[in-house]
Each structure stands twice: as C-alpha cells, then as structure tokens.
Design a protein around this ligand. Structure first.
Ligand SMILES: C[S@@+](CC[C@H](N)C(=O)[O-])C[C@H]1O[C@@H](n2cnc3c(N)ncnc32)[C@H](O)[C@@H]1O
Ligand code: SF4
Length: 380
C-alpha cells in the first residue's frame, strides 16, 4: 500500500430537508455550528501523526450542505489542514445553489478549494419543488456564473433520476441543456445518481400514497441509455457506474475510495478506512462534540477486514470502475492469483455475460452494469 491518504469532512447542517434525503444532516441546529467546527479542528489535530506521515492527496467537504455554513468556518478547517500539507491535489466542497454568494466562493478559492460539486438534481423548477429542493434552475446558473468569475475551473454537477414529473423527453432536454453549459462554465464532471427511495422519507410517502408518480421502468431504462450515449459523445467518459468525467478530471478523492485507498473521516457520521479497518464516527452532532471535548473516542463502529474481506471488497470497488480489476495489480496487492481464490464466482459471472475479460482486466459488461447488485452478491 502507498502512503496516499484522503480526508472526508462531514458538515451536517442544511437549510431545509429535501424530501428524498436520508443523509445525516440537521436543520435548525445553527447554534451548534461554531462548537461543531471547533470539534472538527480538534479532531484534525488528533490525526496529526497520521497526516504528517502520509501524503494527503484530497480533501472532500460533504454534507449536509457545507456551503450553508459561514465560509469563515470552512477557512478555519482548511487552515488547520494546511498545517500538514500545502500541496493537496484536489480539494472539493459540495455546494447547493441558493446558498453561496461571491464572497463565500472567494473565501473557498483563497483557502485552497479547487473543485466545486454542485447539487443541481434537475433543470426543471417544478421537479425541484416536488422533491423539496430550496433552489431553482436560475439559482444554479447564477452559481455557475459566480464560480466562473471567481476563477473555478473544475466544476462537478450532481443529477438524479428517475424523479417525479420527469419524462424521457424532459430528461433528454436536461442533458442537452447541461452540455450546452459545459465549455462556458468548465463543467468537467457529472455524477448521475439513481434515485434511492428510503422508507423514512417524505418522498417515499408521497409516492406510496399516490400524490406523486415516478416514470416507468422502461422510461428509466431509456433515460439511462440516452444519458450514457450522449455524455460519452460529448467527451464525458463513464469512469464509474454513476460518474462521468472529461479527460483528466475523474475525482481523485473518489478514485482513492474505489481503489481501496486509505482515508480519514472527520466529523459526525463520517467514515474512514485506515490500516485495514473501516470505521464510522458517532452520528449525533452533540454526542460527537461532547466526545471530542472530553477526549473520548468518537468512533462508534469499527470493522476490521481480514484478507478475504479485503479481497472481496477490492473486487467490488474496482468493478465499479470502467477499468475493472486488473489481474496483475490484484496479485501484487494480495500476493495471490484472483482465479485461485474466486474461480467459481468469476466463471459463473463470465458465463452469465455479466463480466468480461480484456487486456488482463475483468470488468462489468453492459448487462453487468444494469444488474450490478447480482454481481456484488457473489462477493459479499
Ligand atoms: C452527499 S449528497 C449531498 C449534497 C448536497 N447536500 C445536495 O443535496 O446538493 C450528494 C448527492 O447525492 C445524491 N443523493 C442524495 N440523496 C439521494 C437519494 N436518496 N438517491 C439518490 N441520490 C441521492 C444527490 O445527487 C446529492 O447531490
Ligand atoms: S441539501 Fe443535501 S444533505 Fe441537505 S437535505 Fe437536501 S439532499 Fe439532504
């Protein structure tokens, strides 16, 4: 294993709750922000030794809505991180349209953030409203313009589908609309997430009770095909199941994750992977702050992976990437041949045409991408 390491920082505050959201995030807890940021900075310092011994390649501010809190807090966190490295390749912050102005973006730029991940979700205002987003498409365009003025040249967008009121025709127009903005605003990366309907959410209730309706499975399938074909034709290659990037703009932070690299999770509910152990911090914001202030461990779940677990997980993570599992790299990493360990599973998946082999790498076929869960099942 090399000594590259990523850092994930969770900011669990939002202005309001989107109807589909199942993330650990709170509304109306603004009074905790300052104390929470203090705790984050303390936790960063607790990792001093690890940060000094390793090469920090990426920082990712995720949420919640990191752009909702005052940018002076983001600067404080960055200043603390910069004590350990002033040469971090990729520093991303998730931002929601409607929560940033030019001054916030200027602060982000000046404190070392070089990548913005904007949660757009849809280009249609009626759809945005029906899923409880606080912003309009016009707010998104305004955010793009400000980001360009401030000098950001690595922009990523999040979209979701299928969504209520979304038709195939509307979806096609959305994708074309976004592509028309690509060169003007340096959009280099697009994440397109398949809607996960969580039982405890308002959207689940609205759909179950018939107030809203999702497009049919066939429409969803056609959307997926159109998306992949059109983005690929416009220099966005699908380097991971849900992610498309222009050449040289794949997310360093997420690639480290899919390459089973090490990363540290800072903040409530943040997860990390270190020395073969996956861990998650306490989810409750107050518990997290109190734990840090009292010098206690804030890790609430820890899973030590043995060699077999690591091999299986590595296969699943690598299969998510278009490059797949390289047989030589697998051998170098685990000192064992992948076929000697997993011949039954692999042969079964080759026979079902869910996996293919090319150039010494095993990867998902088109059919495999469509039913990826069936593939993962073999390695869980
Ligand atoms: C960590 S989330 C939060 C980012 C930011 N708070 C926002 O909402 O724009 C990152 C992305 O995950 C996606 N996402 C969130 N909930 C989802 C769900 N239930 N199903 C599919 N994608 C989801 C959205 O595209 C979102 O932008
Ligand atoms: S802004 Fe993002 S994290 Fe916050 S509620 Fe909406 S989807 Fe969830």
């Amino acid at each position: 294993m090399n000594n590259d390491i990523g850092i994930y920082i969770h900011i669990p505050f939002c202005k309001s709750r989107c109807y589909y959201c199942d993330f650990v995030s709170s509304i109306n807890k603004e009074n905790l922000i300052e104390k929470y940021v203090d705790a984050i900075c303390t936790q960063i310092l607790q990792y001093s030794e690890i940060f000094s011994e390793n090469n920090i390649i990426s920082v990712y501010f995720g949420g919640g809505t990191p752009s909702y809190i005052d940018s002076k807090y983001i600067k404080r966190i960055m200043d603390t991180l910069l004590l350990f490295s002033n040469n971090i390749k990729e520093v991303t912050i998730e931002i929601n349209p409607g929560t940033v102005d030019k001054s916030k973006l200027n602060t982000y730029k000046s404190c070392g953030i070089n990548r913005l991940s904007i949660g757009l979700q849809s280009t249609y205002n009626d759809i945005l409203k029906s899923i409880g987003r606080i912003h309009t498409y016009e707010d998104f365009i305004k955010t793009l313009k400000l980001a360009k003025e401030v000098g950001f040249n690595n922009i990523s967008l999040d979209l979701m589908y299928p969504l209520p009121k979304l038709t195939l025709d509307k979806f096609k127009k959305s994708v074309k609309e976004i592509l028309s903005l690509k060169d003007i605003y340096n959009i280099k990366h697009i994440s397109v997430y398949n809607l996960e309907l969580h039982e405890n959410t308002k959207l689940y209730f609205l759909i179950k009770e018939g107030f809203l309706e999702l497009p049919s499975e066939n429409e969803e399938y056609l959307m997926k095909n159109f998306l992949e074909k059109t983005l690929e034709e416009n220099s966005f290659s699908r380097y991971e199941i849900s992610n498309f990037a222009c050449d040289g703009f794949s997310s360093i932070h997420n690639l480290n994750y899919w390459n089973q690299g090490q990363y540290i999770g800072i903040g409530a509910s943040a997860s990390g992977f270190l020395a073969g152990t996956r861990y998650t911090n306490l989810k409750d914001i107050r518990d997290y702050i109190n734990g840090i202030n009292n010098g206690k461990s804030v890790i609430y779940e820890r899973i030590d992976l043995d060699k077999l677990d690591l091999m299986k997980e590595y296969i699943i993570l690598q299969l998510r990437l278009s490059t797949g599992v390289n047989i030589n790299k697998f051998k170098q990493r685990f000192n064992i041949d992948i076929y000697s360990m997993f011949s039954n599973e692999l042969n079964d998946l080759f026979e079902k045409n869910l996996l293919a082999l090319d150039n010494n790498s095993i990867f998902l076929t088109q059919r495999g991408k469509e039913v990826a869960n069936l593939v993962w099942e073999q390695f869980i």
